[in-house]
Design a protein. Structure first.
Length: 893
């Protein structure tokens, strides 16, 4: 997963299939040019992942073919949804104005001014709102004038009979009625076109900012709430905005205006007593409506809670439909869902009862009020004409019509306010992760290094050979290759140049970090560790030791808490090349430091020397790519799921990333190629294919820090090996932080940190930890033994299946070692001979003709004895280093 690799500015960022960058100048071509960017030493990396080449480099051929080469049909210039949205976001268009602070309570007195303020903040909405209100006033005035026109016609006909004057007055009244009614209809229907953009724009604005706010909330918020419940709150809240706007503009405001106008007309014609009766009727109507609606509101809250529970239950079952099916629990899930439905049905029935009572009371009040008003008109002191009765009846009926719907709208209004109460509560929620203001700084220059240590490397090879689990035939070959590299490095030490790590990676440092998801349970207890730029570090340990928690702190899904401690004080201890002590007493002090040592510095997580709490989250996370244990995929095509790693990527860049992740051939074999939809959460793909999509996303991001959280724990050995190869290529040239349960996947990392009980127990390279014989060695041997048992079971207990069952005797092994030792002794005085002798001494089966090492005991025996030969040969490398490099070479060795 994180294999050893040479350090230095010439290290390639991408593997052999994707030529990368050399030094500070980008020389990428083909697929590499499509997805890689040079990681400039000392640069801040920015928050961008690079731009596509100007001419759109193809990935090993045309990416716009008919599917044979890439599985992508059509033109490569076509833009996906992610492309379009990414471009819009980059251009900040269309602009969405920010939201003012939401009201503290969701009552009418607070919500109405808030919504009005939202509408008035955008200039193009102001004139639309004014036009809608003007149309509303014209429609109501025209409607009130209709009974007045009829009054004149009726009075004329009553006074003169069916004379010519009466007929003329009637025709005039009819014509006036027609004109006024046309005006009323046109004005009324013009309200919606003017007002709809206002309501829609404010609703979109609220939905936009609320959704963005929810996504920005910290992980703890999302873990404490069910997704289905939050989704329903957002849905009902945004819908309630439109309900409130429509109720205000089309119901309450017009009704109030109409009531005032009718009251003035009746009072002017029949005296204030009639206006008083009208006012009492309206007051009784409103009182009954408010009282019954308040009772219905309490039930509405219960209905909402049950609706949330029902929706959450359904969402949970659908998201885990495979588990439900495998356990044959369909009937159980349906029963649980039905229980929620029954409770919801009961509460909804109570709501209907209250609604029926409300409507019945409203009807009685209006009927009594109408009779009282007509009686008052007839018995008025000045008397009443037939036209007066027609006018009064028309005005009152026109007023009663919206009042009958006023109760329904008020119930909807109250329900909307209840929905908005939870909606505003989410808007008022503040994230525990506060965005910083400082941009991501460049990586600090690595410390100068002396000539490469040859003897130390050879000793590490010896411990590596001793610690290699039985059953592996690569120990001797790996030792030979590394020993030869050490000898060659010793020969080049006379150049005097410092060997520096690639500076494209981030420096990550945890200083005396303490953390717990709850105050009652502390997970990390004074953990300190450092990842140098370009270094690969693995974190291992038992379940619950805090491995994945460290990754969440580095990415700022959570913030640390604990004692104060400075990065400088812990730097020397946490970045030590030697293995930490395995004893508990040593571990308790090696991973912590006191405030007196570090002055005013504080404990925390530091990226390039800056506390992550001070960094801009966008800069931090844009420089990181995460390959999780369980890859989350969207219900989109494979193409779009890979592009999710960098939404502005072209099709060619996506294909290049898929090639780098060893995914291209698999995708090309599918009928729809890259346009294959992966299904809900990627259920149509295998575990290995989903992991390759995650790795392709990481390649596409070209990160400065790669994080892998047990990315191969759920895969079979063959798939794991392929995934590890891709991860190794991806980690090259970048800082890398791995969490793994299978130790074989991280043995090649520069350093391995062992956690136990939330503390750093020991750390060092694989060889150093095996030589220390502590917790790591115990875990390694346990997994190796388990691996041996699995192989024995798979092979039926046979031996030597690769060489026809030939077993090497102890005498044969002794003879082989004697021959190798003799060859090493003869070759002893030159650096090249030293490298050759080490390779021969550790050559194993490939280096000694006829020697087969297929049994576990043979490998263990040969490894122990080969280690001695490697150490002896290392002395020759030391001598070569001294001869070439002088005192510096001796010290380094």
């Amino acid at each position: 997963m994180c294999g050893r690799h040479p350090a230095g500015p010439s290290r390639r960022l991408l593997g052999p299939n994707l030529p990368g960058t050399l030094g500070n100048r980008s020389v990428a071509t083909g697929a590499a040019a499509a997805i890689s960017i040079p990681l400039q030493p000392g640069g801040d990396g920015g928050s961008q992942n690079g731009a596509a080449p100007g001419n759109g480099a193809n990935a090993h051929g045309s990416s716009s073919s008919n599917g044979k080469g890439t599985g992508i049909n059509g033109s490569s210039d076509s833009k996906s949804v992610y492309n379009t949205v990414a471009a819009a976001v980059a251009a900040q268009y269309p602009a969405v104005p920010p939201l003012p602070s939401p009201p503290s309570t969701a009552n009418l007195a607070d919500v109405v001014p808030y919504l009005l303020k939202l509408a008035l903040q955008e200039r193009y909405l102001v004139w639309r709102l004014a036009a809608a209100l003007s149309c509303m006033c014209v429609a109501k005035l025209a409607g009130i004038s209709l009974p007045l026109a009829f009054k004149g016609a009726v009075d004329a006909m009553a006074s003169t009979g069916f004379s010519q004057a009466a007929l003329s007055a009637a025709l005039t009244a009819a014509l006036t009625y027609g004109v006024l009614d046309c005006v009323r209809v046109l004005a009324k229907e013009s309200q919606s076109p003017f007002f709809a953009p206002v309501s829609q724009a404010v609703t979109r604005r609220m939905a936009y900012h609320t959704f963005a706010h929810v996504l920005d909330l910290d992980t703890r918020f999302h873990l404490d709430r069910r997704t289905g419940r939050v989704s329903r709150i957002l849905e009902r809240g945004t819908r309630s905005i439109a309900v409130l706007y429509r109720a205000m503009v089309f119901t309450f405001l017009p009704t109030g205006l109409e009531l005032a106008a009718v009251g003035v007309l009746l009072a002017g014609r029949f005296g204030p007593a009639l206006a008083g009766i009208l006012g009492l009727t309206f007051a009784a109507y409103v009182t009954w409506t408010v009282a019954m609606t308040q009772a219905a509101t309490d039930v509405r809250k219960e209905v909402n809670a049950l609706d949330n529970a029902t929706s959450s239950k359904a969402v949970d079952a659908l998201l885990n439909v495979e588990t439900v099916t495998l356990f044959n629990n369909q009937h159980l899930e349906v029963g649980l869902y039905d229980r929620h439905l029954r409770d919801f049905q009961s509460a909804s029935y109570r709501t209907e009862l209250l609604s029926s009572g409300l409507n019945a009371g409203q009807g009685l009040i209006l009927a009594v009020g109408m009779a009282a008003i007509l009686a008052a008109i007839i018995s008025s002191p000045g008397g009443a004409t037939g036209g007066d009765l027609v006018m009064a009846s028309g005005l009152i009926m026109q007023l009663w019509a919206p009042l009958q719907f006023l109760g329904w709208f008020y119930r909807e209004l109250r329900a909307a306010l209840v929905d908005m109460e939870e909606f505003f509560a989410i808007l008022r929620t503040r994230s525990n992760i506060v965005d910083g203001t400082q941009p991501l700084p460049p990586a600090p220059p690595p410390l100068p290094r002396a000539a490469p240590a040859t003897a130390a490397s050879a000793s590490a090879l010896a411990s590596h050979a001793v610690a290699e689990p039985a059953g592996s035939h690569t120990v001797a070959a790996a030792a030979a290759a590394a020993a030869a590299a050490a000898a060659a490095a010793a020969a080049s030490a006379s150049d005097g140049g410092d060997v520096r790590r690639h500076q494209g990676g981030l420096e990550v440092e945890l200083v005396d970090v303490s953390f717990g998801y709850t105050a009652e349970r502390q997970i990390l207890k004074g953990v300190s560790l450092r990842v140098a730029p370009g270094e690969s570090v693995a974190v291992v340990g038992s379940s619950g030791s805090g491995k994945s928690t460290i990754l969440k702190l580095v990415t700022r899904l959570y913030d640390v808490w604990g004692p104060t401690c400075g990065p400088a004080a812990a730097g020397s201890s946490s970045s030590s090349d030697g293995a930490r002590g395995a004893s508990g007493a040593e571990a308790s002090t090696s991973g912590s430091c006191s405030s007196t040592e570090s002055g005013s510095s504080v404990s925390g997580v530091y990226i390039n020397g800056v506390d992550v709490r001070q960094l801009r989250l966008g800069d931090l996370r844009s420089a990181i790519a995460v390959v999780p244990q369980d890859t989350a995929l969207n219900y989109e095509s494979i193409l779009e799921n890979i592009r999710y790693g960098r939404p502005d990527a072209t099709d060619e860049q996506v294909v290049a990333a898929a090639r780098a992740a060893r995914l291209h051939d698999t995708v090309s074999s599918l009928p729809e190629g890259y346009h294959t939809v992966v299904g809900e959460r990627g259920l149509k793909l295998s575990g290995g294919e989903k992991q390759r999509v995650a790795i392709a996303r990481a390649f596409l991001r070209s990160p400065r820090l790669l994080i892998c959280d047990e990315a191969t724990s759920a895969l079979d050995s063959a798939t794991e090996a392929a995934i590890m190869e891709s991860l190794k290529e991806l980690a090259t040239g970048r800082s890398a932080l791995f969490v793994a349960h299978r130790l074989s996947t991280v043995r090649g990392c520069d350093r391995i940190v062992v956690l136990r009980g939330g503390r750093v127990l020991e750390e060092g390279s694989h060889d150093q930890l095996m030589e220390a014989g502590g917790e790591y060695a115990a875990m390694w041997n346990l997994q190796a033994n388990q691996h041996d048992e699995d192989e024995d079971n798979a092979d039926g207990g046979g031996d030597g299946h690769d060489d026809g069952g030939v077993t090497d005797t102890e005498a044969e092994i002794e003879l082989a070692l004697a021959q190798e030792a003799q060859a090493a002794a003869v070759a002893g005085n030159s650096s090249s001979s030293s490298a050759h002798s080490v390779a021969v001494a550790a050559g194993g089966k490939g280096g000694v003709s006829g020697l087969s090492l297929d049994s576990m005991d043979e490998v263990a025996t040969y490894s122990r004895r080969a280690a001695a030969a490697v150490v002896a040969a290392a002395a020759s490398a030391t001598a070569a280093a001294a001869a070439v490099g002088g005192a510096g070479g001796v010290n380094a060795a």
